[in-house]
Write a protein that binds this ligand. Structure first.
Ligand code: C5P
Length: 412
């Protein structure tokens, strides 16, 4: 299900998420998680343990989710509450999960609302540990986490970083809210078609040096490619994002390979392509590079105005034709200003693509530097889909729906 504009998004829209919050200092981050999940369209039922109530108040969650919050103090007189929450849930996420909670869950305890929900649910469970680094590294905590994974729970984090005041740095920090929300998205939408598939996405601009401090670049933000990498990871794929320099934070989940020039991007693609099931070339690869890169900064003294001679860059997408595994689904992008459909078809055939995504360069709110896009998708069987103006996240989902159709029937 999709919605237009910036409203509820796949995979969260209309999904029930139980957010369990336990008593750690990182409980404040759970407020942001509850908000972000709600903004994405999820129906969030927050369950606070007795320990959590020492750190955060139910009212904060109620105000942000617009729903009842369940805790010892607020438990309604409903003996079947745990069964109802467990049955309605599409996902249970515990963030932060303390060492104590992890131990109780691993032992199969049912001594409070959250542990009873865990035992009663058949939904996927995500546990996000947060604690002191020595407690996290203790053999018992590690064994308890291994036990949770053994029974099928997913875990995310902890991150290595600053811990509570005066405790310095170490493994034990709760992941950031957006990372936990991304992990929730993966559990809500991972499917068999994508799990185990390797997806290679290029994104962002390339930079061609003129001298050690100057370069030729372009206005690509990387957002479209980042949205595609995030969405493919959410569907369960193993994703590598090869990105040129971008100010946009990279998505949580995909592995990242950073490059600058088109030649570096071509090498990275050539190295990873033989194992890829899907190649998406969303990068705005510079068509030209500087023929003679100056080894020292070019001086302006003496009225010197340098003449820069350009040389062509390789067409990376075209150069991959002999390297592609036979079943690899290949997606290219194009930005045209005239005879758009005709040029799109030429590119689809010439570069041997399965899908070509045409950006409408003349449309406000589409293309470079914006968060929305309006595209037409051409497929190699002659199909054409004109999409309305959508967020880049939604465009990514539409593209991956079509890639998914092509992946069906090929071995994973
Ligand atoms: O030919 P054009 O630049 O319009 O093609 C765009 C598509 O080809 C995009 O998918 C882009 O990532 C890819 N491309 C490439 N190498 C280039 C130029 C474009 O891979 N040098």
């Amino acid at each position: 299900m999709t919605s237009g504009g910036t409203g509820a998004m796949r995979p969260f829209a209309g999904r029930h998420v139980v957010l369990g919050v336990t008593g750690g200092i990182a409980a404040y981050k759970a407020i942001q998680i509850a908000r972000d999940l709600t903004v994405e369209g999820a129906l969030v039922d927050v369950v606070l343990t007795a320990g959590a109530l020492e750190f955060v108040q139910p009212l904060s969650f109620e105000a942000l989710t617009g729903r009842s919050v369940y805790s010892r103090a607020h438990a309604p007189a409903d003996p079947l509450l745990h069964i109802r929450l467990a049955r309605d849930a599409d996902l249970v996420v515990v963030a932060p999960a303390t060492a104590d909670f992890i131990a109780r869950a691993a032992a199969g305890m049912a001594d409070d609302l959250l542990t009873t929900v865990l035992l009663a649910t058949r939904a996927p469970v995500l546990v996000c540990p947060a604690m002191n680094d020595r407690m996290y590294l203790h053999a018992l905590t590690q064994a308890n986490l291994a036990r949770l994974e053994q029974v099928g729970y997913a875990t995310a984090g902890p991150a290595v970083g600053p811990l509570a005041w005066g405790e310095g740095e170490g493994p034990g920090r709760l992941l950031e809210p957006e990372e936990i929300v991304a992990s929730c998205g993966r559990l809500l939408s991972a499917n068999d078609t994508w799990s185990g598939r390797r997806v290679l996405v290029t994104a962002g601009p390339t930079r061609e040096p003129i001298d050690p401090v100057r370069f030729i670049g372009n206005r690509s933000s990387g957002r479209m490619g980042y949205a595609l990498a995030a969405a493919a990871w959410r569907r369960g794929a193993q994703v590598t994002l090869i990105s040129g320099p971008s100010a946009v934070p990279p998505p949580f989940g995909p592995e990242r390979v950073s490059v600058e020039t088109a030649d570096q991007m071509r090498h990275a693609v050539a190295e990873l392509l033989p194992a890829a099931d899907v190649l998406v070339m969303a990068a705005a690869v510079g068509d030209f590079k500087v023929a003679d890169v100056a080894s020292q900064k070019i001086k302006k003294s003496g009225g010197n105005v340098p003449q820069i001679t350009l040389a062509p860059n390789p067409d990376i997408l075209r150069s991959t034709r002999p390297l592609r595994p036979p079943q690899c689904v290949v997606v290219g992008f194009a930005l045209e200003t005239e005879n758009m459909a005709e040029h799109a078809r030429e590119k689809l055939l010439g570069k041997e693509l399965d899908l070509l995504i045409l950006n409408d360069a003349g449309e406000n709110g589409a293309g470079f530097e914006v968060t929305t896009n309006r595209v037409t998708i051409f497929d190699r069987d002659g199909g054409v889909a004109d999409l309305p103006l959508l967020s880049k996240g939604e465009v990514a989902e539409e593209i991956l729906d079509r890639v998914e159709l092509r992946l069906h029937g090929t071995a994973g």
